[in-house]
Design a protein around this ligand. Sequence first.
Ligand SMILES: [Cu+2]
Length: 384
Amino acid sequence: MIRNPKQTIEGRRNFLKATGLASAGVFAAATLGRAAAETADVVETAAAVDVTSLPRVKQTMVAPPFLPEHEQVATTGPRVIEVTLDIDERKMTIDKEGTEIWAFTYNGSVPGPMIVVHEGDYVELTLRNLSKNLLEHNIDFHAATGALGGGALTKVTPGQQAVLRWKASKPGVFVYHCAPGDVMIPYHVTHGMNGAVMVLPRDGLKVGGKPFKYDRAYFIGEQDYYIPRDENGAFKKYDNAGDDLADYLETMRKLIPSHVVFNGKAGALTGDRALKAKVGETVLFIHAQANRDSRPHLIGGHGDYVWEAGSFNDAPDTNLETWFIRGGSAGAMAYTFKQPGTYAYVNHNLIEAVLLGATAHVVVEGTWNDDLMMQVAKPGPIES
Ligand SMILES: [Cu+2]
């Protein structure tokens, strides 16, 4: 392959800069360095498909736990799906005690909004780093192929935007996250800067070779935070985004999260904000964890069908009690509710569920089925 040396050097320089390798430590050099070098060497591109002839559609982003409007079975051929994500550094309160973090967000929410497309579609993202922000950011799509998932092509400083187009070639659910290089990667991801993409097969989900539809879908993004404490043990507060960097690196290094929460803060999906469903409805739960392992469990229900590792090309597991979400991945679970009531959807590390915040509620309406369960005798004195 004949390469343009100037382009190659420039490309490598840009990639080194983008991945933070100019000042990176051994770990980053050994991992990201290889990926950057390989990518930077390849400056010739295969003939791109002419996407100008494809229909284009804007997808309106909505805040989790909801998903954007979408078809489960595509009624058209491949399209270019245009999405815009605004990077918004904002102070958020993450528990009822008033603990704060200057979160790094896509569109103001933790997690960022879910993008839903079909296999063969192109995602065309406009990533805007709002002028009010203080830090550089980018985006790495695990669903995309090449250039660090797009991270190398989307690094934007406050006031800048970049446009990235990538082909959705793998059906499944996938994490996306900020990855600006070196220590800023875990720092940004554990400040909430992550979300998910769902790439549906064009003909929809299948179970046992048959079409499978859901009545509702929810996106649960699990977030670990590492909030620094002061000398009295109280969580520290900071004036600006990024001010917590030195302290946060110290707490992160110990790998002991101060909070493990769903959708940005403890209680984000309970009480008035609980998820809703009806008996007989099939609900798809997409669970993402961009950094750390998790083990979702629906108390009083099951994982009827679980695409645990997220690939829709694989047959789902059935009837799981608890399933595993690898840190840096998303998975999907479908359950058809059979009893009314309030279900707890938890990370079944119950310390994290109860003490650190990883609990959601699903309020289900409908008629109780005595055949499945009934209280034969109310609690009372032990009968001799
Ligand atoms: Cu970022």
